[in-house]
Design a protein around this ligand. Structure first.
Ligand SMILES: N[C@@H](CCC(=O)N[C@@H](CS)C(=O)NCC(=O)O)C(=O)O
Length: 206
């Protein structure tokens, strides 16, 4: 499989890069200077219609949506055991937690980030921050309870659901402080060699 990952450091592109490292697949990183405006270029819009990262080109076909790439690639390589088999008892929990991330967790975390730091100041709606923080805290409480008695979210062992959940929890590390199980979970995930390889800044001047 020939894989190119259109990548900007410190974005959602970490998710598929981390997965590719866990799968030990060869791939090329194609850097996109998102913060310098390359996402708006006509050339990149031919790859990703929104001009966002990540995008992944696999044998000439392009896929967008970080969670979809991770979900699909994990099933494509069942021997790596990053996704429980469809008829295994852990598969329901796996699907639930994979979709929980973009459906429930990420929108709240993203609203906090948007209205406290990402948007230009004049576009921020300050009331969004306490509202989203309340929601995010209640989600963290539920996740903390889930992880009190197990090391990984969806199965006995590490799965792609942990990549999606862990990478998103890392957006707001300070909010994990009152949630010891989540703090330990995040630290456990960051110890993984594949995570550490994926988290390195590939730019030559890094
Ligand atoms: N749901 C998409 C979201 C992609 C996304 O919004 N990526 C951000 C970086 S984390 C981005 O490219 N933002 C700039 C833009 O969309 O113009 C995914 O998970 O791939």
């Amino acid at each position: 499989m020939d894989i190119t990952l259109y990548y900007t450091h410190r974005t959602r592109a970490l998710r598929p890069r981390w997965l590719l490292e866990e799968l030990e697949l060869p791939y090329r990183l194609h850097p996109i200077d998102l913060f310098g405006g390359e996402g708006r270029s006509a050339e990149y819009r031919r790859i990703h219609p929104h001009g966002s990262v990540p995008a992944m080109e696999i044998d000439g076909s392009v896929m967008i949506e970080s969670c979809a790439m991770c979900h699909w690639l994990s099933d494509r390589y069942p021997e790596k055991q990053l996704a429980p088999e469809l008829d295994s008892p852990a598969r329901m929990a796996y699907e639930q937690w994979v979709f929980y991330v973009p459906g429930t967790l990420e929108p709240l975390a993203f609203q906090i980030l948007l209205h406290s730091m990402l948007l230009p100041e004049e576009q921020r709606v300050p009331d969004m921050v306490p509202w989203a923080t309340r929601g995010y805290r209640s989600v963290l409480k539920i996740l903390n309870r889930e992880l009190e008695n197990r090391d990984y979210i969806a199965a006995e062992q590490f799965t792609t659901a942990d990549i999606l959940l862990g990478s998103t929890l890392m957006w707001l590390p300070d909010m994990l402080q009152n949630h010891p199980a989540l703090l330990a979970y995040s630290e456990r995930l960051q110890q993984r060699p594949a995570y550490q390889r994926a988290a390195t800044d590939p730019s030559p001047d890094a």
